[in-house]
Design a binder for this molecule. Structure first.
Ligand SMILES: C[S@@+](CC[C@H](N)C(=O)[O-])C[C@H]1O[C@@H](n2cnc3c(N)ncnc32)[C@H](O)[C@@H]1O
Length: 301
């Protein structure tokens, strides 16, 4: 995937000022809703429960051409478009790093010096196991991103986060905290699940408890929140044509309705895989606000 200009998929054909206005309205709605719901919508206990005894993830292999590896390859291509020019030895931090397969990948593919930060103790322990397994010499720091050790401030060439900032009612505060860890001129790369289209709609219908710990952000709203956090947006994109496999049924009781929902979701997940096979043969399907799996933003401090 080559570097694309800032995307406005949700508003194709509209005037730039209308795009800005939409983003402002979307963001204002997000912030107003958020303030009523508090700051951290998931909470440390939720993550501790998720990461305790969690199995380690498969390592990322961007060269694996199997269609089932398409989500990882699409993400890796996107990251490469943002990171390709950085020197080996650059310092990269992953915020919300618990059990992430990405830190070893960054160390191996780019030669970056990697650090992870997460406030979940079992999450940090899992990430230390991931690094040890990959024989990567990275540091994992158990800390709150809103109150990090002072020596981390302004010290990273790149700060990435995958699925973290949408759990905060005040999106801009979360991005400001992440930006403060970045060197002036350094990169901030943010991805969130796309809760604004069909996947989000399904998440809300099937498991509202999980939907409720997310702030839905489309590409213009995510980009706008970065600008409000004093970050210069370089790219704003939807990623991966479809992936119904990201709908999360965690915590549901085994009622008849939920079993039917799980079976239906399995069929939709197979449809996503069929789309990936098609893409392997005929090329990229469009990545749209309605069906894409993730929203991403690459910005500079
Ligand atoms: C969706 S998970 C990230 C998934 C993980 N990086 C992966 O790729 O598998 C979000 C993570 O953010 C962490 N987190 C949430 N709020 C945080 C905060 N204020 N400070 C540090 N970490 C936080 C959670 O503990 C959780 O591990």
């Amino acid at each position: 995937m080559s570097a694309r200009p800032e995307t406005r998929v949700a508003l194709t054909g509209e005037e730039p000022q209308e795009v800005e206005r939409f983003a402002e309205i979307a963001s204002a709605a997000v912030y107003d809703a958020g303030i009523a719901q508090g700051e951290d919508q998931a909470g440390k206990e939720y993550w501790d429960g998720l990461w305790t005894d969690a199995a380690l993830p498969e390592p990322i292999d961007h060269t694996d051409a199997d269609f089932r590896n398409r989500p990882e390859r699409v993400m890796a291509e996107y990251l490469h478009g943002c990171l390709g020019d950085l020197d080996p030895g650059s310092r990269l931090l992953e915020v919300g790093c618990a059990r992430s397969p990405w830190l070893p990948y960054f160390a191996h593919r780019y030669g970056f010096r990697v650090t992870g930060l997460d406030y979940s103790e079992p999450g940090c322990a899992a990430e230390r196991r991931v690094l040890r397994r990959a024989e990567v010499d990275g540091e994992v720091i158990e800390a709150d991103m809103f109150d990090p050790p002072p020596e981390l401030l302004g010290s990273f060439d790149v700060v990435v986060s995958f699925g973290v900032i949408e759990h905060f009612a005040k999106t801009t505060s979360a991005l400001s905290a992440i930006g403060s860890l970045t060197k002036p001129g350094g990169l901030v790369i943010t991805t969130v699940p796309n809760m604004t289209g069909a996947i989000g709609w399904l998440q809300r219908q099937l498991n509202p408890a999980v939907f409720d710990i997310h702030v839905p952000l489309d590409a213009p709203a995510l980009a706008h929140a970065h600008r409000l956090a004093d970050l210069q947006v370089e790219r704003s994109d939807y990623l991966l044509s479809t992936n119904f496999g990201v709908v999360n049924l965690h915590g549901l009781s085994p009622s008849r309705r939920n079993r039917l929902a799980a079976a239906g979701l399995l069929h939709l997940t197979r449809l996503s895989k069929l789309a990936w096979i098609t893409e392997e043969r005929i090329g990229h399907l469009p990545e749209t606000q309605m069906f894409a799996a993730h929203v991403a933003c690459c910005a500079r401090r």
